[in-house]
Design a protein around this ligand. Structure first.
Ligand code: BTN
Length: 247
């Protein structure tokens, strides 16, 4: 599986660029990596803060032979790829906030956004754009006020860390491609579970505007979260339908 990496100075959104290539029939393996994004996209139509020179903003075009139900495997294995890369390149501990945010010291350091389309004909995905955004060093003016309490960077200064940024990006891609080669075998799953920091802890489950107290028990093969409520009932939760607050 070969990757073709294109490096740009600035772009509205690498996910958007790669999506256009996908729709034009481009082959799997194209990666767009940009120094900056002017309209970086997050999940739930949020923005992703993507200032010049301090982060990794990249998107990979994939054409996996998996069903729509299995597309979570791309995002969750990518979270592990990022976690392991930060640990080996920067020697820092990371955690994964279910389902796919990478955290350091209780704050988010990486977000992942997968945008996929189904091919009705084959029943598999037609394409998937896997977008990864990592805050590598501290932006020169710090993080914007709205996210300063919840965001962090791999390195806590704003020194030019271009070299480490390149190594980190390469390591993320290398790690991911290993998992991707046998995605449905879930080789990444033990590493994923190990990093979910709230297993065994009390959490608040927010579901359909209701709040329930529960204990986070386990992650199953489909990365659903098993919780036990105070009345003893157990449930498997999918990331789309709930959000979790660690008490
Ligand atoms: C999230 O945390 O909500 C997901 C953030 C995903 C950000 C990355 S940066 C590269 C790629 N291009 C985008 O516009 N978004 C993703």
């Amino acid at each position: 599986n070969n990757l073709h990496i294109e490096v740009l100075k600035t772009v509205p959104s690498t996910n958007e660029s790669v999506k256009k290539l996908a729709l034009n029939g481009a082959a799997e393996g194209i990666v767009i990596l940009s120094e900056e994004q002017t309209a970086g996209r997050g999940r739930k139509s949020r923005q992703f803060f993507s200032p010049s020179g301090t982060g990794i903003y990249m998107s990979i075009l994939l054409r996996p032979k998996i069903s729509a139900q299995d597309s979570f495997l791309l995002t969750t294995s990518a979270a592990v790829a990022v976690s392991m890369a930060i640990e080996s390149v920067a020697h820092k501990d990371t955690q994964i906030k279910w389902v796919n945010d990478v955290f350091m010291d209780g704050k988010k350091v990486c977000g992942i956004l997968t945008e996929a389309a189904l091919s009705v004909e084959s029943g598999w995905l037609d394409y998937a754009v896997l977008g990864i955004g990592i805050n590598v060093s501290l932006p020169s003016h710090g993080f914007p006020e709205e996210i300063t309490d919840i965001a962090t960077s791999v390195f806590s200064d704003d020194k030019n860390s271009g070299d480490l940024r390149n190594r980190l990006a390469a390591e993320v891609l290398n790690n991911f491609m290993v998992f991707y080669a046998s995605l449905t075998d879930r080789l990444f799953l033990p590493e994923y579970k190990k990093r979910i920091f709230f297993l065994g802890k009390a959490v608040t489950v927010l579901k359909e505007n209701k709040q329930c107290q529960a204990t986070a028990i386990d992650i199953d093969d489909n990365c659903r979260l098993k919780v036990r409520y105070e009345n003893g009932e157990e449930e498997y939760l999918s990331s789309g339908e709930v959000s979790i607050k660690v008490n």
